[in-house]
Design a protein around this ligand. Structure first.
Ligand code: URA
Length: 242
């Protein structure tokens, strides 16, 4: 009839029927503007749900973690400097675009951080990757640097520091100290992780106010064994051995 507006089927990423409105646990708000949390899309929440489920087997854990890692790396790259770059297309028109400027490298905190190396390589062909091994000293219960192998010219590079679980921040803080001792300025380091804790973020942002963090989700907190809650358990065990 005349008085009814035409109905358009609601479609697209913003459409949710009432029964589909998200009820998922939400990422804890963060007060530091150096911290970027990925957009909380239904895709991301579904991927996080897969890897958090204790019944997800190792094959699926690897597959879905890798998808989140790819999103994190793509977002991390948005924080690197660009320069204007104008190109001509095959139809003879000009496109005023951008190119990345500045050399980068990855540094993984072993063992779990190594799981993020391929995602970085998938985005940045032949990227150099350094490694840092930090483990808890059994006598002092403090993190201790056991090994590092970093590109010679790391001081001239942007560094994507890779560790999937950002719990207390103890290892990441030690890794950043190592990078700084090799001449990498704080504001050229991006710490990339899948799940962060509010405690870790606070420790880190207080100590390194210029260092950027990119994470997929900020959880509720840590338990008495410093596992992230709700978390996903031990990332390295689930990715490599279980
Ligand atoms: N490392 C993990 O693998 N999981 C946690 O919850 C905390 C640190």
């Amino acid at each position: 009839s005349l008085d009814k507006p035409p109905t358009v089927s609601p479609v697209g990423p913003d459409y949710r029927s009432e029964s589909q409105k998200p009820t998922a646990t939400v990422s804890t708000p963060v007060e530091f503007d150096t911290v970027t949390v990925l957009p909380q899309t239904p895709q991301l929440i579904a991927l996080l749900t897969m890897i958090r489920d204790k019944n997800t087997d190792r094959g699926d854990f690897i597959f879905y973690s890798n998808r989140i890692i790819r999103l994190l790396v793509e977002e991390g790259l948005n924080h690197l400097p660009t320069v204007e770059n104008t190109v001509t297309t095959p139809v003879g028109r000009v496109y005023d675009g951008l190119s990345f400027q500045g050399k980068i490298c990855g540094v993984s905190i072993m063992r779990a951080g190594e799981a993020m190396e391929q995602g970085l390589r998938d985005c940045c062909r032949s990227v150099r990757i350094g490694k840092i091994l930090i483990q808890r000293d059994e006598e002092t219960a403090q993190p201790k640097l056991f090994y590092d192998k970093l590109p010679e010219d790391i001081a001239e590079r942007w560094v994507l520091l890779l560790d999937p679980m950002f719990a207390t921040g103890g290892s990441a803080i030690m890794a950043v100290e190592v990078l700084k001792s090799r001449g990498v300025p704080e504001d050229r380091i991006l710490f990339i992780n899948l799940i962060a804790s509010p405690e870790g973020i606070k420790n880190f942002a207080t100590k390194f106010p210029k260092l950027r963090v990119v994470t997929a989700f900020v959880d509720q907190g840590l338990d008495e064994k410093n596992y992230i809650c709700p978390g996903l358990g031990d990332f390295g065990d689930r990715y490599y051995t279980r």
